[in-house]
Design a protein around this ligand. Structure first.
Ligand code: NPG
Length: 374
């Protein structure tokens, strides 16, 4: 394909309720959406990409303004030669951007937009492209840190009554053993897991081992992003299976994490790992090594949620993911909302990766737009 135009839209979407993790409290999602217009076999087609980066570098080193800068100044220009030669494909994007170190969320958004355009031009759904045969995936929900345990129990009850099939509790120092105990006592059989977003150190091992009493599916990223060795040591001191999120940034690091005993389960977020194609490679590595994976979420709009739902239909995704309904975070999504049906989210089967945004809702949510020439 040849890229004709790229627009970088910054959206501001209010959250239905504040979302508190060990790294921040968010009341609004500011998100970069890429609109890429390309020419494929003489016809114009639009591809959409969504970037996971937050406004601050508190989940990972990437952040929205940095993504905007690196995208316009360093990433898109590297696609120019392949684009003018009409040789650009989604499968070539990672290689063309390979000299730029890191910036995986920025790269993922570009690759997603190119892949979306490519599949739309071919009339192929992402689900078909991945070879997924399921029509729907079970839906889990991530529950932020609350002000009190009674409030937490109410929030969890609310989600369970909507049909969510798995609960993930955010934990941090001072909000870990007792809240988890309370939820487990109230719901002895609910699939339950915890996520610390790197809030602890190995010195907390015996404290964290108290979580072993609650029959958790997994503990996610208790230690720092670069503490792979400490995760392996902590895993030896707990029975709860160790799951990595932040530390796994590629198929190579997924293989290391598994082989070193740092991860028994992997959370795959396409944005964190540089895109859906690397996400698929992580899935394949994990399946080869007998490790289950699940699809994480980054408060995606319908654009990213559509792609995640298809990815989560791959066979290695045996643990319920953070793919909840649009109304978990947004009163009004920019696409047709994803709804919970019997605790599941439908996998889209229309051509492309993304769900297409409604132009009126997209415009209403947009706080800045820039046009970049490739
Ligand atoms: O369902 O989209 C969702 C949110 C799931 O908890 C969730 N995401 O640490 O996994 C996480 C957290 C997150 C959100 C991380 C936004 C980074 C950005």
């Amino acid at each position: 394909m040849r890229i004709r135009r790229v627009q970088l839209h910054t959206l501001a979407l209010p959250l239905v309720t504040p979302f508190t993790t060990s790294f921040s409290t968010q009341t609004e999602r500011r998100v970069l959406i890429i609109e890429l217009t390309a020419e494929v076999d003489g016809a114009l087609v639009t591809g959409w990409g969504e970037c996971g980066a937050l406004t601050e570098p508190v989940y990972s080193s990437e952040y929205l303004d940095g993504v905007l800068d690196v995208t316009a100044a360093h990433l898109l220009p590297r696609l120019a030669a392949a684009s003018s030669a009409d040789e650009l494909t989604a499968e070539s994007v990672a290689g063309l951007l390979g000299k730029v170190i890191g910036h995986r969320m920025a790269k993922a958004a570009i690759e997603m937009a190119v892949l979306d355009a490519q599949l739309r031009a071919a009339g192929q759904s992402f689900k078909d492209y991945l070879g997924v045969t399921l029509d729907r995936v079970p839906s889990g929900v991530s529950v932020g840190i609350q002000d009190s345990i009674p409030r937490l129990l109410d929030v969890v009850d609310g989600y369970l009554s909507k049909g969510y099939q798995r609960i993930k509790l955010k934990i941090q120092h001072g909000w870990d053993i007792e809240p988890v105990r309370a939820v487990r006592e109230a719901h002895p059989d609910v699939p339950l897991q915890v996520d610390a977003n790197a809030a602890y150190t190995l010195a907390d091992a015996s404290h964290l081992a108290q979580l072993d009493a609650f029959d958790l599916l997994l503990i996610e990223q208790p230690l720092g992003e670069e503490d792979m060795r400490h995760h392996a040591l902590l895993a030896q001191q707990m029975r709860t299976p160790m799951c990595l999120d932040e530390s796994v940034v590629s198929a190579a690091s997924a293989k290391d994490a598994i082989e070193w005993g740092a991860a028994a389960i992997i959370n795959i977020k396409p944005s964190r790992v540089g895109g859906y194609l690397e996400a698929r490679r992580i899935h394949d590595v994990a399946v080869d090594l007998g490790v289950p994976v699940w699809c994480g979420g980054m408060l995606e709009t319908g654009i990213g949620r559509a792609g995640n739902a298809a990815l989560a239909g791959m066979p290695g995704f045996t643990i319920t993911g953070d793919i909840s309904a649009s109304d978990r975070f947004y009163t009004e999504d920019i696409t047709e909302p994803f709804e919970l049906v019997e605790g599941h989210i439908m996998i889209p089967d229309a051509p492309g990766v993304a769900a297409v945004p409604d132009p009126v809702r997209l415009a209403a949510a947009t706080v800045a737009s820039t046009s970049v020439s490739p």
